[in-house]
Design a protein around this ligand. Structure first.
Ligand code: CAA
Length: 383
């Protein structure tokens, strides 16, 4: 029996910031962002959007296509959680009208959280193949203004339905894992933005990749030459180029960027989506490459702090029938641009808190963050 990703969908925020405009306004050569980092734009949430509204919007089309039969678990991965105790998945559970008989939990380990959730989902389905698991990865990546991290912000969500006999990607059993306590990127409880040591984060990412790869190889994983496409976590797409180059040097196998180019399309537009980034890369690859049936994809998930996992999956015949390319392209194109001053103002006021709050109606998405009542966050459908 194979188990894996049966379907996946991407969603993002209402607004977009053009990185060429940001560069020009701050005296930076736009090529630094577009070529040096490999990013064109970054999504930015409206005041009535957050990880819950984006996550629910990503999950909705999965339920519309496949129904809720067999779904008994919702695993929500994020590193920009909206509550220290309650899982964001519970808000999504209510917004989507999922059955009461459900286990719901939130996963956290920086950008790696969605892979931890996916691996857990595979285990749940292995135990009972009649069950299906809804995995949601949703994040708002936020750094301080006027820092090197600023052009690597972003926002977005990916929802995945994990099942037996998947229609998209059958995950193979061998995984290579890596863990090491390192202060490359983190977000203290009293901070709304991440603290990052940019240089260290690059070497920690590449170190986790080689450690995870060696563990993958030691555990019986296939050689690098037997992997047809690569899909890496993309804090900015240039990072994935560095990763593939690093893996080629480490293994001595020639691995050109044509093996991963198609994974960049959505992330160049979304910016960093932390937990969702790897899977937005996978969505872009499956949406754009027509030659994948039966091929093996190697995926590398990285979460600062730091954890890495390298694993593989086989693309299933007929995967093209599950595509949502037009919907993703339309959502990206429909984002409302923010001027630099609007962006800066929203950046400063974005993190809603307090006892009571009513948010303005802005989002065109299916769900909105309505505000805070007696310290509890309130969500509603927009139609
Ligand atoms: N034209 C073309 N390229 C240019 C250029 C120009 N005019 N000017 C500079 N560049 C290139 C540089 O050569 C460099 O490319 P290489 O790395 O290939 O040499 C690239 O643009 C970036 O330039 P800098 O290294 O000078 O950029 P920086 O120091 O200002 O910031 C950064 C880069 C450290 C990654 C910063 O954006 C940052 O801190 N980002 C947040 C942390 C991050 O994303 N880390 C990634 C690993 S951690 C992770 O993956 C978890 C996660 O999601 C956060």
């Amino acid at each position: 029996m194979s188990i894996g990703i049966h379907d996946l969908a991407v969603s993002t925020a209402h607004h977009v910031v053009d990185l060429a405009e940001l560069a020009e306004a701050t005296g930076v050569d736009p090529a630094k962002y577009q070529i040096g980092l490999g990013q064109d734009r970054m999504s930015f949430p409206a005041p009535d959007e957050d990880i819950v509204t984006m996550g629910a919007a990503a999950a909705l089309p999965l339920l519309e296509r496949h129904g809720t039969d067999g779904i008994r678990t919702v695993l929500f991965a994020t590193e920009s959680g909206v509550d220290q105790s309650k899982s964001a998945g519970l808000f999504v559970h209510e917004l989507l009208g999922l059955p009461r008989t459900m286990r719901v939990a939130e996963f956290k380990q920086a950008c790696y959280g969605a892979t931890a959730a996916l691996q857990s989902a595979l285990g749940i389905v292995a135990r009972n193949p009649r069950e299906r698991v809804l995995v949601i990865a949703s994040d708002v990546a936020r750094y301080e203004l006027d820092t090197p991290g600023e052009p690597t912000q972003g926002a977005g969500a990916v929802a995945m339905l994990v099942s037996a006999d998947p229609a998209l990607l059958a995950i193979e059993p061998v995984s290579g894992v890596a863990a090491r306590d390192v202060d490359d990127f983190w977000r203290p409880n009293d901070s709304t933005t991440a603290v990052v040591d940019g240089r260290l984060s690059l070497t920690a990412y590449l170190g986790a990749l080689t450690t995870a790869w060696d563990d993958f190889a030691a555990g019986g994983g296939v050689g690098a030459g037997q992997i047809d496409r690569f899909c890496f976590h993309q804090p900015f797409t240039k990072m994935a180029r560095k990763a593939l180059k690093g893996l080629a040097q480490h293994t001595g196998v020639e691995l050109g960027d044509e093996l991963q180019e198609a994974t960049f399309a959505y992330n160049r537009e979304l910016g960093n989506t932390y937990t969702a980034s790897l899977y937005a890369g996978l969505a872009a690859l499956l949406d754009q490459d027509d030659t994948l049936a039966g091929t093996r994809i190697g995926l590398f998930s990285y979460g600062s702090g730091a954890v890495g996992e390298f694993f593989t999956g086989i693309v299933q015949p007929g995967y093209q029938e599950q595509r949502r390319c037009e919907a993703v392209t339309a959502e990206l194109a429909g984002r409302v641009p923010l001027s630099l001053s609007e962006y800066r103002e929203l950046h400063a006021t974005e993190h809603a808190s307090g006892t009571d709050l009513e948010t303005p109606r802005v989002t065109q998405g299916p769900f909105r963050f309505a505000g805070i009542r007696r310290q509890a966050r309130q969500y509603e459908a927009t139609q």
